[in-house]
Design a binder for this molecule. Structure first.
Ligand code: S3P
Length: 182
């Protein structure tokens, strides 16, 4: 059992960012140390469909998966005290961003393509990266997506070279400042 280090915050938190930006690890940390309920979108979708993400992409295509993401965000509307680890592509749809903003704060975790590569290189459940695991591909997809992440984010935390504890400390500080201002 992890020791709780902070109080639950009053907003739900939606963690967005590229694959491998640390959304799952940070949401684990917030669950364990700030007593928040953790929702891992990919995991929920896998459970619901009874297939891995790769199988969903192969069997039904990406659009089907994207519709499941949108549907899940709607289903989460009533919840409180939760941290949601979004899929890397979730904020690409404006309707998803609207759902997130209606229901919490959107935090963008960033990392360099080199850091991302190191974090994803051994995993095989990211269909968009299969056969594309190199910093060039990552950098290109990242810059195509950047405007959407930027537009969605209430604030941003850079994660390269930082521990989960440090990232969460920054995140909570920014959240408190943000709440004071609004
Ligand atoms: C995707 C990111 C993945 C998963 C799917 C598509 C994306 O989630 O939702 O493979 O489009 O960036 P993670 O960001 O948790 O790897």
């Amino acid at each position: 059992m992890e020791q709780q280090t902070g109080h639950a915050c009053s907003s739900n938190i939606f963690l967005i960012g590229f694959m491998g930006s640390g959304k799952s690890s940070i949401s684990d940390y917030l669950r364990d140390h700030y007593a928040m309920e953790k929702i891992e979108m990919d995991q929920r979708i896998v459970q619901k469909e009874g297939m891995s993400i790769s199988e969903i992409f192969d069997t039904h295509g990406e659009e089907y998966f994207r519709n499941l993401e949108t549907q899940l965000l709607v289903e989460l509307q009533q919840k409180q005290n939760m941290v949601v680890s979004c899929g890397g592509g979730t904020p690409m749809r404006e309707t998803n961003v609207r759902q997130m903003k209606k229901n919490g704060k959107v935090v963008w975790l960033t990392a360099s393509p080199e850091t991302i590569y190191e974090r994803v290189k051994d995993s095989h459940d990211r269909p968009l990266l299969e056969g594309n695991k190199n910093t060039d591909f990552i950098a290109k997809l990242m810059s195509r997506r950047r405007p959407k992440y930027e537009a969605a984010a209430d604030f941003t935390i850079q994660t390269d070279g930082k521990s989960c504890a440090k990232i969460c400390e920054e995140l909570m500080q920014k959240l408190v400042e943000w709440e004071k201002q609004s």
